[in-house]
Design a protein around this ligand. Structure first.
Ligand SMILES: *Cc1c(COP(=O)(O)O)cnc(C)c1O
Length: 233
């Protein structure tokens, strides 16, 4: 079996086993295969192994790569979205994981209105409060939730987080729990359905599955090391 296919099978297996142990249905967890820095041929290997859902973190790169691949694939955007890239990004992605400020949300809403689109989004939360990282501080999100929900063009489907880099996967657990609990509080307080929790990457996705992730974003474990790894924090 090709390496990507083998890796994919291993990751899917691990998701299934962890879900079963946690008493969750695998149907409630989607694997987003993160293809950033990897060429279209490598993505094609994953599609041949049955993977249909992929994630990119740069609009420029995605604009080249996505048209090279079959049109029946689904693409999610997981990186920091610059305002001047919104218009190009909107038609490419079915979900934006990483709306990380009210200003970005407002600009997406404005451009989506001009384009006649209704983007589906998650709100990125900086749970650990790392100064260098994008995302809403939890208290700030509560304060701005009303304004976010009032943006008529955006469908807000849930929350996303990237925990601090750590050696031990277990170190991520408390941040995943915090994201889930924040989600629960927001749902109660604002009477909204925030069903999607995007959390978990190569080093900690099984922990994320245990803590309620509905979308796990895995790159390295499927496609191997990236040549120029982008710092995450
Ligand atoms: C690159 C990236 C991932 C995948 O990271 P791996 O550690 O390679 O699995 C997940 N989420 C985001 C936001 C990323 O930028």
């Amino acid at each position: 079996m090709a390496e990507v296919a083998e890796n994919l099978e291993r990751v899917c297996d691990q998701i299934a086993k962890t879900a079963a142990k946690a008493g969750r249905s695998t149907d409630d967890i989607e694997l987003v295969a993160i293809t950033k820095t990897h060429p279209a041929e490598k993505v094609r290997e994953a599609t041949e192994a049955g993977q249909k859902l992929f994630g990119e973190s740069r609009v420029q790169e995605a604009r080249v790569k996505i048209p090279e691949l079959p049109s029946n694939l689904r693409w999610h955007f997981v990186g920091h979205l610059q305002k001047n890239k919104i218009r190009n990004a909107l038609p490419l992605f079915e979900l934006f994981h990483s709306v990380d400020s009210i200003a970005l949300a407002q600009e997406m809403n404005r451009i989506a209105d001009e384009e006649g689109m209704h983007p589906r989004v998650l709100l990125e939360v900086n749970v650990a409060g790392e100064g260098s990282k994008f995302g809403f501080a939890p208290e700030k999100l509560r304060a701005e939730m009303e304004s976010l929900l009032a943006l008529p063009r955006l469908s807000i489907l849930g929350l996303m987080t990237i925990p601090p880099l750590a050696e031990e996967a277990e170190a991520s657990r408390k941040y995943f729990v915090e994201l889930r609990e924040l989600r629960d509080r927001l749902q109660t307080e604002f009477h909204v359905d925030l069903g999607q929790l995007s959390m978990g990457m190569t080093n900690d996705f099984p922990i994320a599955v245990e803590e309620g992730a509905t979308l796990v974003r895995v790159g390295t474990a499927i496609f191997g090391e990236r040549r120029r790894p982008k710092r995450r924090s």
